[in-house]
Design a protein around this ligand. Structure first.
Ligand SMILES: [Zn+2]
Length: 347
């Protein structure tokens, strides 16, 4: 358990809240009924097989038969509660979020009586579901500004490159690029063969486009070897072929313009927004992997947007989004720029 003051204060709040929460939610069975009642508010549900519109029975049962084709209809099928066996811990989490009480994974597990893993998965799915919704409220910031919150290296990176290469790319993004100069250092040469590397070196060290014959002479490679190396470099976007069978280092290899920042005000605003998220992560989770920055940004929104995220709106949200598989969370990687909601008072 974390020892930060904030974490301890939240723990005290949670323990106090739990008494009220227990009084509201009661037993596991009661929690199940709360969820089913929420889904039943929409009154009708379409059969997945025949499309028939069925009226949801007044007596709250999770499964009933389609009036038309007799296929079993599950009330929770198209919600985040699909296949759910336990409901209470989910409702407790929603209530804690609605109260803005942020707990560490261990504290969450303790207060809900389920494992760290179970609670993490639920919370991550909740966040994952919210990412699509964020676009109407959020601004885009470069993930590099949240670097202080990142304590774990992740193997997967948006570029599919090793973490080192990605960090290098991230650093580059925050530096302005007044002129598009082609420096060999900017290129990712990982995975190139020795021959390709030496050919690339020759091309990049030449001030002007270098003719094929000259490369051939200097590289002492056979014609066949050289042709295939140049072809490979060209396909990887590292060199460009010019008229007259000349080669130069590629200009297309630069970062997309949308990601490079040139405006000092924009940088300042992004840094300010990022700082809030970094504090949130450090206070409550110590550190996260870069891979999940976007999900924690969604969580930050849940916990801090008290007007929007009441218990009721959170529950409504849960029954309005499709079930999310564990694999989708595992596969998720925060893009190099991601969304963060600007909240009043924090912008
Ligand atoms: Zn049917």
């Amino acid at each position: 358990m974390s020892n930060t003051d904030r974490s301890q204060a939240n723990w005290a709040l949670a323990v106090k809240a739990l008494r009220e929460i227990d009084a509201i939610f009661g037993s596991e069975e009661n929690c199940r009924l709360i969820v089913l009642a929420k889904i039943a508010e929409c009154q009708k549900i379409n059969c997945r097989r025949c499309g028939n519109e069925n009226v949801i029975p007044a007596a709250l049962v999770r499964k009933f038969l389609c009036r038309n084709c007799k296929k079993e209809i599950s009330l929770t099928a198209r919600t985040l509660f699909h296949r759910a066996q336990k409901f209470r811990y989910r409702l407790v989490m929603l209530e804690l979020i609605a109260r803005g009480i942020v707990l560490s994974a261990n504290q969450q597990a303790e207060i809900t009586n389920v494992s760290n893993d179970t609670i993490n998965k639920f919370v991550q799915k909740l966040a994952f579901g919210a990412v699509g919704l964020m676009k109407d409220f959020a601004v885009e910031i470069l993930s590099v500004f949240c670097q202080p919150a990142v304590s774990r290296r992740t193997l997967q990176t948006p570029a599919g490159e090793p973490p080192y290469a990605e960090e290098f790319t991230l650093q580059k993004m925050t530096t302005t690029q007044p002129k598009q100069e082609n420096k060999p250092d900017d290129y990712n040469l990982e995975g190139l063969s020795e021959k390709e590397k030496s050919v690339f070196d020759l091309v990049s060290s030449s001030a002007a486009p270098i003719p094929f014959d000259e490369i051939c002479q200097k590289s002492q490679a056979s014609l066949g070897e050289l042709s295939s190396s140049l072809m490979s470099l060209e396909l990887q976007g590292l060199v460009d072929r010019k008229p007259g069978d000349k080669y130069e280092i590629s200009t297309k290899h630069h970062l997309p313009n949308t990601l490079s920042i040139s405006n000092a005000k924009t940088i300042e605003r992004q840094q300010r927004l990022a700082k809030n998220l970094v504090y949130f992560v450090k206070d409550h989770y110590q550190g996260i992997g870069r891979k999940y920055e976007q999900l924690y940004s969604a969580l930050y929104w849940f916990y801090h947007d008290r007007k929007r995220w009441t218990f009721d709106s959170l529950l409504e949200f849960c029954v309005s989004i499709e079930y999310i598989r564990n694999q989708e969370i595992l596969d998720y990687v925060t893009p190099l720029s991601f969304k963060i909601v600007m909240l009043s008072g924090t912008s």
